[in-house]
Write a protein that binds this ligand. Structure first.
Ligand SMILES: C[C@](O)(CO)[C@H](O)COP(=O)(O)OP(=O)(O)OC[C@H]1O[C@@H](n2ccc(N)nc2=O)[C@H](O)[C@@H]1O
Ligand SMILES: Nc1ncnc2c1ncn2[C@@H]1O[C@H](COP(=O)(O)OP(=O)(O)OP(=O)(O)O)[C@@H](O)[C@H]1O
Length: 287
């Protein structure tokens, strides 16, 4: 690879999300089905041997650079490198809404780990990168591994899956939702019985549920309104702890017809569900 590389940092959907328990450390045990979207941010990494350290070319709105998951991921790799590494300048084209349940920050962290592992020639394995990623956020490992998967534990125990690669209308109701706040809500459904993960479940969208939906709809009426509208055309769900909601369609044209008729003012996009992450597709092309 050259000294500069631009890589995708895609969104994920939680096609379903069950909360099956709570761990002693307060984190919730989940069962979920992750699929990637062919839509997301792009990040350009340029090595700057003349300038040591990590620099973000522009801040992400409302996120101090030291808290930015891109910078935190790069620093975590620097710490583990065991030798001096060249500086890096990082430019992000941000498309994913924050607090959207699309895993934007986690995806940015994963793309950074994968990119700098290559550019700095650290040769860390996928397992090692996923372990570093888990310390940054529960959703980072699935983005590092790059295959649609059933997620268990807090999302780090991954079993590769192949749900249908349908088209989605993703809508972003006008609110940002803090993941920690939803997990701390008293009324959250926490006791869904654990099921045996089985491939048959991958295609059976009628069984998909998100246990955060009731609490989120109660706290954020704009999410409830969006779900009601989207449900007219088929099953619609919340992703993660929201705020984004999605409806599934068999073709792009079917999705676009609904997208064109959405209520004015609501943002979002149309995208295809993909089982190999666009990040990993691009890496394969570069090899
Ligand atoms: C809801 C999901 O998006 C589903 O994929 C993820 O589990 C959330 O992952 P994430 O945004 O990376 O979340 P983190 O940054 O790790 O966690 C934010 C906060 O949410 C709570 N949290 C998160 C994940 C989890 N399984 N149980 C929790 O209780 C914890 O209080 C944590 O401090
Ligand atoms: N590079 C980044 N991009 C977006 N958010 C970031 C980034 N770095 C840190 N953050 C912080 O992470 C928070 C969550 O952002 P993110 O876009 O991951 O939300 P999300 O889609 O709801 O995530 P999840 O589905 O994992 O809960 C933001 O509010 C922000 O404070």
């Amino acid at each position: 690879m050259s000294q500069s590389i631009t890589l995708p940092s895609p969104a994920k959907l939680n096609l379903f999300l069950h909360i099956v328990g709570k761990r002693p450390d307060g984190y919730h045990e989940l069962q979920t089905l992750f699929q990637f979207l062919d839509y997301g941010d792009d990040i350009t990494f340029t090595l700057t041997p003349e300038h040591p350290g990590i620099r973000l070319r522009e801040p992400v709105d409302g996120v101090p650079d030291d808290d930015n998951l891109i910078v935190r991921a790069a620093r975590a790799l620097t710490d583990i490198a065991g030798r001096p590494v060249p500086g890096a300048s990082i430019h992000i084209t941000k498309r994913l809404p924050m607090g959207g349940g699309l895993g934007g920050g986690s995806s940015n962290a994963a793309t950074t780990l994968v990119a700098l592992n290559h550019l700095w020639q650290l040769n860390l394995s996928e397992d090692e990168l996923a372990d570093i990623g888990l310390k940054l956020g529960a959703d980072v490992p699935v983005f590092v591994r790059g295959h649609a998967a059933f997620g268990e534990g807090i999302g780090e125990i991954l079993t590769p899956a192949n749900p249908p690669e349908d088209w989605f209308v993703v809508l972003k109701p006008d609110c940002e939702i803090n993941t920690g706040k939803i997990f701390s809500e008293q009324g959250l459904t926490r006791g869904t019985p654990k099921m045996k993960i089985a491939p048959a479940f991958e295609g059976d969208a009628s069984r998909y549920r998100n246990d955060c939906e009731d609490v989120v709809c109660e706290l954020y009426p704009e999410v409830q309104k969006g779900l009601k509208w989207l449900s007219q055309f088929g099953p619609a769900r919340l992703t993660g702890t929201g705020a984004c909601i999605f409806g599934r369609f068999p073709t792009e044209s079917a999705a676009r017809i609904i997208w064109e008729s959405k209520p004015s003012g609501i943002k979002g996009f149309v995208a295809k569900g993909v089982n190999i992450s666009p990040l990993h597709q691009k890496l394969t092309e570069l090899k």
